[in-house]
Design a protein around this ligand. Structure first.
Ligand code: PLP
Length: 487
């Protein structure tokens, strides 16, 4: 008897969800998130939105807004750079939020400082511009890094330091065993050395080993663990792991407010940084005629001007919200839904049996988070232009990200771009991104990224797979797709 093969996304939702629950009995332990989906994130279903860009930014609960607004309505807050009553009221809330951040990451206040920044990028810039690079020094980064980490190489080079990148291996987009150690051992033992890697890739979802922190620190490196894509769904315990610098963006954790991030820094490493300037808020005293500058210390030295004192209290509210849910509950849920989605995507086939997708990074749920990068394929194996995916996704009310996600190195590895190709290819005056993509021989402008978060439910991933089936047997895309603006 012929076996009936059900294409992913074509079973009815009730049938598909029943099968999913039968295969994942512990998913029911995350039921609190189904309740919150209805009460706190109800706007998603009211509008019919399928939001799957949590690595871009998480979503806020309605109660976060209400609590923040209540706080602002009930009290008068002034600029914290004074001692007057309204200023003191703001200072109390800013310092409470700072303590709450350290508590959330289980960081000892004597060991770690929390510096508020505009975002993770702002945190990385603080480190890059103040790191005491010199000609004998080195900046080392994995290929897998956000461009906000890659940009640190410009500070290093400007001060004569060497830079190096640890490559990734395709198809998993991880660093080969033992390779990092070789790169760590290459630098001069007496120079300043700064190593940066992401705890979780914003491209492939790979979780790189946190064991690298001790390995590098033991060899005398200062370590940045970019945790922007990791902490929204995973626990970072700074009583266990001891990185020197941890950049994060709070909107990626709980959606609101935007415009606030933090640099969580080990105090001894912070003390080694040399700020390139001073500003309001960072000095005990400064004068003009004597050219005196007496810097403040700790977090205060790094918070330029007036902090976002009306927004920062919302950080404590947001942290409380995710702590009530429990980060392990969020992890468990995104893992179960992510595993289902990863499998379904790879099972998608054209009528002739040819694969309809190509996934970048780990193809099973092994040391990874719920960020999945892939391309749809035409039946002849060519990649479907990611701009067409955007068009079809919009028609389905689906929000995903397409492109290279500001992670050039993971993209170069995923698309097999060699050093020789890239060195020979100049981005000439008058070129647009589309010309450059053709010049370097990329099959299309980038990948499609689906990322899951605390409000994702089964219906979201199911609707995504329904949308994905539209790419079965698609042989051509329209010729009039809009030009690409940035990667
Ligand atoms: C791993 C990682 N690092 C850094 C950033 C930069 O974050 P932001 O744009 O909030 O500064 C991002 C943003 O997506 C990210 O995913």
């Amino acid at each position: 008897m012929a076996t009936k093969v059900t294409q992913p996304g074509t079973a009815g939702i009730a049938e598909a969800e029943a099968a999913f629950l039968a295969a994942n009995p512990s998913f029911r332990e995350t039921a609190v998130l189904d309740e919150l989906r209805a009460t706190e994130y109800g706007r998603l279903d009211a509008r019919g939105d399928v939001y799957l860009d949590y690595t871009g930014g998480s979503l806020y609960a309605e109660s976060q807004l209400e609590e923040h607004l209540r706080l602002l309505r009930e009290t008068v807050y002034g600029n914290p750079h004074s001692v007057n009553p309204t200023s003191s009221a703001a200072t109390v809330l800013v310092e409470r939020a700072r303590a709450a951040v350290l508590r959330h990451f289980n960081a000892d206040e004597d060991e770690y400082a929390c510096i508020f920044t505009p975002n993770a990028t702002g945190a990385l810039r603080l480190v890059g511009e103040a790191y005491p690079f010199g000609p004998r020094d080195r900046f080392l980064a994995t290929f897998d890094n956000h461009n906000s980490v890659n940009g640190i190489r410009e500070f290093a080079r400007a001060k004569g330091a060497g830079t190096a990148y640890v490559p990734l291996e395709a198809p998993d987009l991880r660093v080969a065993d033992g390779l990092l150690e070789r790169y760590l051992d290459e630098a001069a033992a007496d120079g300043h050395r700064l190593f940066a890697f992401p705890a979780q890739s914003n491209f492939s979802g790979v979780k790189h080993p946190l064991e690298w922190i001790a390995l590098a620190r033991d060899k005398g490196w200062d370590v940045i663990v970019d945790s922007a894509a990791f902490v929204p769904t995973s626990r970072l315990d700074l009583s266990v792991w001891k990185p020197d610098f941890v950049p994060i963006s709070f909107y990626k954790m709980f959606g609101y407010p935007t415009g606030i991030g933090a640099l969580i820094a080990r105090r001894p490493a912070l003390a080694r940084l040399q700020r390139p300037w001073f500003s309001g808020g960072t000095v005990v005293a400064a004068n003009i005629q004597g050219e005196l500058v007496v810097p403040l210390s700790g977090h205060a030295l790094f918070e330029d001007g007036t902090v976002n004192y009306l927004g920062i209290p919302a950080i404590e509210i947001g942290l409380r919200h995710i702590e009530r849910i429990g980060i392990e509950t969020i992890s468990k849920r995104t893992e179960a839904l992510g595993t289902w989605l990863l499998e379904q995507l790879q099972r998608l086939r054209h009528s002739d049996g040819a694969a309809a997708t190509r996934v970048y990074g780990p193809t099973t749920w092994d040391r990874r988070g719920a960020t999945i990068a892939f391309n749809f394929l035409h039946p002849d194996g060519r990649m479907v232009d990611e701009r067409f995916v955007d068009v079809v996704a919009a028609a389905h009310g689906i929000s995903v990200r397409t492109g290279c996600f500001c992670n050039s190195g993971a993209g170069e590895t995923a698309f097999s771009l060699s050093k020789d190709t890239l060195i020979g290819a100049e981005f000439d005056d008058g070129m647009i991104l589309d010309d450059y993509i053709k010049l370097i021989g990329m099959p299309t402008g980038g990948a499609v990224r689906v990322s899951l978060g605390l409000a994702t439910n089964f219906a979201d991933v199911y609707r995504f797979m329904r949308f994905a089936t539209e790419f079965r047997d698609v042989t051509e895309v329209p010729a009039d797709l809009p030009p690409r603006i940035a990667c």
